[in-house]
Ligand binder design. Sequence first.
Ligand SMILES: [Zn+2]
Length: 88
Amino acid sequence: MNNTGITRPVDNLGRVVIPIEIRNQLGIKEKDKILFLTEGTNIILRKYQQECVFCGKQKGIIEFKGQKICKKCYQEIKGVSINEEEMP
Ligand SMILES: [Zn+2]
């Protein structure tokens, strides 16, 4: 885990501003969703992405080996068989 050294106050509604440097670094834009995870006493904020890691499609998303992927790309992957002798 990387300690940025940046702190922000929690306001009376429980809101915290994500520093602009971090938003820019992670490509977090207005209206993007943030997923809250907890680990012991830590709060982990993660950019919530419900889109295919390959084509960016946002509908019909399933999880495949820990990645979000659309059914079309999943079928493409499942349909491919690799000839080991042709691999570099
Ligand atoms: Zn896809």
